[in-house]
Design a protein around this ligand. Structure first.
Ligand SMILES: *Cc1c(COP(=O)(O)O)cnc(C)c1O
Length: 434
């Protein structure tokens, strides 16, 4: 490399000629923050190196899956071994059974689980299952929660509680979202009104328990409890989308966090992704036996996948789960995350910048506000210019946070105290620019 050549820019220009926007998932294009996306050439532990050979401390970790850090030796070993045995068979394998058993042993609300290849697919299938199992059509979701890009979920609130949603993407016919009701996150009053109006027609309520697609917003305990009670009362299935939070916020996932505050708390269906694949395309949905037996080939709800339960992906996921279930894993991960949050908060305070932080296990969020927001509308009042100054200031100093203010951050087991200290030192400089 010659010092004045920007290989990230060269690659981005080349990519834009052959891939829409130069990326295979929109947020990677840096549209929200401006500038040139970093093309990753390799990664190890807590770091990745971009096309210019520059090292970054990675707080995205593939948007959550890399909880052990990149290239963990036991995961690499498991994947190498699996690859030599074959890439894909389209027939069942013992490893799928092992992974299913492992997931169920860690998340007791599920009696059975089906493996698929992406969170989108898992969420979409969970909704079909809920509709098939209840014989009802309507579904309820919350503004700011992302459940993948299935048509029925690309929707924003209609004009009132009596009206259903409007599409948020071209190509989604209004008819397809006419059964989707969108409510404000953490608004108990609106939730109760919606159930009075539509509760008996609802197949399911789907929620991100800790919403990581509006940065980091927790469902309050009373709100969560009310969701559970109303679903039970009206016979709607309660779907926890734990694609991001699953095995990320605690060994038992977000449902275990809420069960501490609400005794006996359980969702009816859980959707998983990200960490369970350890960086390979793998996701899952599971729930109570009575619901899961509605799925084909046992029941009338169709669902299938050529690469579902892929032998390399399941090897990667299994090896990952076996590491994270070791004693003390989440205590250490959570302590590191808290240390980073306290460091960033301290740096912001020093510069007099309004700042609030929250985290659970290895997932975190920070806001340029004094108080933590409770819903999407508040998150979106963030000053974009200030956020972008923060993002690019950190990026220039080799720290990679999410290139959009509505995304969470992720700690891995590979991050060291020195990485955290380096991050906080960079933030101390950057906050002075705000
Ligand atoms: C990432 C994510 C999805 C979608 O998963 P993909 O694998 O990207 O399709 C769904 N729900 C939540 C909560 C997510 O964070």
């Amino acid at each position: 490399m010659t010092p004045d050549t920007d290989y990230n820019l060269q690659l981005f220009q080349r990519a834009q000629k052959v891939i829409p926007g130069g990326v295979n998932s929109p947020v990677r294009a840096f549209k929200a923050v401006g500038g040139t996306p970093r093309f990753v050439s390799r990664a190890q532990g807590a770091y990745f190196w971009d096309a210019n050979g520059k090292r970054h401390i990675d707080y995205i970790g593939s948007w959550g899956p890399m909880i052990l850090g990149h290239g963990h030796h036991s995961v690499v070993e498991a994947v190498q071994k699996a690859i030599l045995e074959g890439f894909s068979f389209g027939a069942p394998t013992e490893r799928e059974v092992e992974l299913a058993e492992e997931i169920l042993s860690l998340v007791p609300s599920m009696d059975m689980v089906r493996l698929v290849s992406s969170g989108t697919e898992a969420g979409m299938s969970a909704i079909r299952l809920a509709r098939g199992a209840t014989g009802r059509s309507k579904i309820l979701k919350f503004e700011g929660c992302y459940h993948g890009h299935a048509d029925a979920l690309l929707v924003k609130a209609g004009s009132g509680l009596a009206t259903f949603g409007n599409p948020t993407s071209a190509g989604v016919p209004a008819e397809v979202v006419q059964h989707t009701l969108v409510l404000e996150y953490n608004n108990i009053e609106q939730l109760e009104e919606a159930f009075v109006l539509h509760g008996k027609e609802l197949a399911c309520l789907m929620i991100e328990p800790i919403a990581g697609n509006m940065n980091f917003v927790r469902a309050s305990v009373p709100f969560m409890q009310r969701c559970r009670e109303l679903c039970t009362q009206y016979g709607a299935l309660f779907i926890f989308d734990e694609v991001m939070t699953g095995f990320r916020v605690a060994l038992g996932s977000a449902q275990a966090v809420y069960a501490k505050a609400i005794p006996g708390f359980e969702p009816d269906i859980t959707v998983m992704g990200k960490v369970i694949g350890g960086g390979m395309p793998l996701a899952a949905f599971g729930g109570k036996r009575a619901v899961m037996v509605q799925l084909a080939p046992l029941g009338p709800v169709y669902q299938a996948g050529t690469l579902s339960g892929n032998p390399v992906a399941t090897a990667c996921g299994l090896a990952t789960l076996r590491e994270i279930r070791k004693p003390g894993f989440y205590e250490a991960l959570g302590a590191k995350t808290q240390k980073l949050m306290a460091g960033l908060k301290g740096a912001a305070d020093l510069a007099g910048v309004p700042f609030s932080v929250d985290s659970e296990g290895g997932m975190f969020g920070f806001f340029l506000f004094d108080a933590l927001p409770q819903n999407y509308a508040t998150v979106m009042t963030t000053d974009n210019t200030r956020f972008n100054t923060l993002f690019h200031g950190m990026l220039d100093r080799g720290v990679y946070f999410a290139p959009a203010l509505y995304e969470a951050g992720f700690m891995s087991a590979a991050h060291t105290d020195a990485d955290i200290a380096e991050t906080v030192a960079a933030a101390t400089e950057v906050f002075k620019l705000l």
